[in-house]
Design a protein around this ligand. Structure first.
Ligand code: SAH
Ligand code: SF4
Ligand code: F3S
Length: 446
C-alpha cells in the first residue's frame, strides 16, 4: 500500500479510440492535481489500467496485467497504487475488487472525473469504487485541454442504444448521449490552439450525434463538421464509428461538400447474411448497407471505406459466411477489422443455440482476412501515382524518415525536409497491404 500520495503516474489504455481519449483526459486530470507522468519504461506510484471489455481476451488481459504490475513492484521494492478504469471496471467492478486485493480504485467510464479524489482516498489507506452513471456532466468537470499532437480525438457522442445481441457497449457505456454544440466547438478550438491540425470526432455511434447550433436549429454530425471546418488552422476532420442506420442524407452529402471532411468512412456491417444480421439485431440488410455505400461513393468517388466483421456468430452456416465474403467482394474496402465471435456475459448472443467451434471460427477468420488484405492491397496499388497531402505525425525508424497519413487514412512513409504537424505534398510511389511509400514534393506553407 502507498503511504504517501502518488507523485507519478502511468495511464495504460486498451480498446477503442474513445478509451484512448478517456485515458488522455485522466492523465490531464492527474496532472492538474500536481502529479507527473512517469517516463516511459520507468516505475510510477500510480498505474491506471483503462480497460476494454469487448471480447473475452481483452478482459482476461486485465487480471494478467494486475498480476505483473504487483510482481514487478514487489521485485523493485514498491508496489504502485493500482486503479482499474474503463469498460471492465464498469462491467466487473465488484469482481475485480474481490479477486484482486491489490486494486485500490475501480472507476467506470462515466465517473472518471472523480479519479483524483478516489486516488487520494486510496492513498490514505482506503479503497474506492464508482461505477454509477451519474447524470452530472463528466465532461464539464474535466480540465481545459493543453498541448496535443497533430491529430487529436474529440468525443462528441457516447453510449449506445442499439443493443446488438453480441455487444457489451450499451451496458458498459450507457445510453446514447450527445455533447452540446458549444462545448464541442470550444474544445475543438482549444485542440487547434494546442497544435492539432486534424480532429477525429468520436462516438460509439458518432453519426447519431444531434444537437442545436448557436441559432437554436437542430443539427446532425454534418452540421457540426461544417462549423468545425470554419476553424482556419484545422485542416482535416474525421469521424468514427458510424452505424448504417444513422447515416443520414446530410452526412452523405457532406462528403461531397465539406472539403475538410476526409474521404474515409468506417461503417461496420458485421455480416453479409440477412439472417445473421437479424439475429444480431443490426436493423439493416446486406443490400441496404451496400446502397448506403453506393450513395457515399456517388457523393465522394474516391472515398476509402472501412468496416468491422464478426465471424462465427451463433448459428452461422458456411453458406452464410459465404455471404460475408460476397459483401466484402462488393464493398471493396480499403481496410477492415475482423473478429471471432466472443460470447460476452449478459448479452443475448452468449446463450443462443448453435455456438460455433473455435477451429471453425479460425478457419473463417483466415479466409476473411485473406479477402480483406487482397482488397486493401488493391486499394493501395490503385493510389500509386497519386499526389496528395500527408499530415506528418511521427518520426520514422530511419534517419530523416517521417510517418504520416494520407487523406484516405493510409500510413505513408517518406524522407526529406519536414516537421511534426506539417501538411506536406507527397507523391505516392509504392504500395503495401498496410502502408504506402511516398516521395516528398513540397513542404506546404505552415
Ligand atoms: N459502435 C461500433 C463499434 C463497437 S465495438 C459499431 O457499432 O460499429 C467494435 C467492433 O467490435 C464491432 O464493430 C464488432 O465488429 C466487434 N465486436 C463487438 N462485440 C463483439 C463480440 N462479442 N465478439 C466479437 N467481436 C465483437
Ligand atoms: Fe455495440 Fe451494436 Fe452499439 Fe456498435 S451499435 S456499440 S456493435 S451495440
Ligand atoms: Fe472496449 Fe469499451 Fe471501447 S468495451 S471497445 S473500451 S467502448
Amino acid at each position: 500500500m502507498t503511504a504517501t500520495p502518488p507523485r507519478t503516474f502511468h495511464v495504460k489504455s486498451f480498446g477503442c479510440q474513445m478509451n484512448v481519449y478517456d485515458g488522455e483526459r485522466m492523465a490531464e486530470l492527474l496532472t492538474a492535481e500536481g502529479m507527473r507522468a512517469a517516463d516511459e519504461g520507468s516505475a510510477a506510484d500510480l498505474v491506471v489500467l483503462n480497460t476494454c471489455h469487448i471480447r473475452e481476451k481483452a478482459t482476461e488481459k486485465v487480471y494478467s496485467d494486475i498480476g505483473r504490475i504487483v510482481k514487478d513492484g514487489r521485485e523493485a521494492g514498491a508496489v504502485p497504487l493500482i486503479a482499474v478504469a474503463g469498460c471492465v471496471a464498469q462491467a466487473e467492478g465488484e469482481e475485480i475488487m474481490a479477486r484482486a486485493p491489490s486494486v485500490r480504485v475501480v472507476v467506470g467510464p462515466q465517473a472518471y472525473h472523480h479519479l483524483p479524489a478516489m486516488v487520494a482516498q486510496a492513498a490514505a489507506g482506503g479503497r474506492a469504487t464508482e461505477t454509477d452513471m451519474p447524470a452530472e456532466a463528466k465532461f464539464a468537470a474535466l480540465p481545459k485541454r493543453r498541448k496535443v499532437g497533430a491529430s487529436a480525438f474529440l468525443t462528441v457522442q457516447e453510449g449506445c442504444d442499439k443493443f446488438c445481441t453480441y455487444c457489451v457497449v450499451p451496458y458498459t457505456r450507457g445510453a446514447e448521449l450527445s455533447r452540446p454544440w458549444a462545448d464541442l466547438v470550444s474544445e475543438a478550438r482549444a485542440l487547434v490552439e494546442g497544435g492539432a491540425r486534424e480532429i477525429t470526432l468520436l462516438g460509439q455511434n458518432v453519426n447519431a450525434w444531434s444537437g442545436e447550433d448557436d441559432k437554436g436549429r437542430k443539427v446532425g454530425l454534418a452540421g457540426l463538421a461544417e462549423e468545425l471546418a470554419k476553424i482556419d488552422e484545422l485542416a482535416r476532420i474525421r469521424y468514427t464509428t458510424s452505424h448504417p442506420m444513422d447515416m443520414d442524407d446530410a452526412l452523405i452529402e457532406a462528403h461531397g461538400l465539406n472539403p475538410k471532411l476526409m474521404p474515409f468512412l468506417h461503417l461496420p456491417v458485421q455480416s453479409g447474411s440477412d439472417r445473421v444480421l437479424k439475429a444480431m439485431n443490426r436493423s439493416h440488410t446486406a443490400a441496404g448497407y451496400l446502397r448506403i455505400l453506393e450513395r457515399v461513393r456517388a457523393a465522394r468517388p474516391d472515398i476509402a471505406l472501412s468496416g468491422d466483421f464478426i465471424v462465427g456468430f451463433p448459428g452461422e452456416t458456411e453458406a452464410e459466411f459465404g455471404e460475408t465474403l460476397q459483401i466484402v467482394a462488393e464493398a471493396r474496402y480499403a481496410q477492415a477489422f475482423s473478429f471471432k465471435f466472443s460470447a460476452r456475459p449478459g448479452t443475448p448472443a452468449a446463450t443462443m443455440g448453435g455456438q460455433i467451434a473455435s477451429e471453425v471460427m479460425d478457419d473463417r477468420l483466415q479466409r476473411l482476412i485473406a479477402a480483406l488484405q487482397r482488397d486493401s492491397l488493391a486499394f493501395n496499388k490503385a493510389s500509386v501515382g497519386t499526389r496528395c497531402e500527408v499530415l506528418v505525425e511521427r518520426k520514422g525508424r530511419h534517419a530523416g524518415q517521417w510517418l504520416g497519413k494520407s487523406p484516405w487514412l493510409q500510413s505513408v512513409h517518406f524522407t526529406g525536409d519536414a516537421a511534426l504537424g506539417d501538411l506536406v505534398e507527397v507523391d505516392l510511389v509504392e504500395a503495401g497491404p498496410n502502408s504506402m511509400g511516398g516521395r516528398l514534393v513540397a513542404r506546404a506553407a505552415a
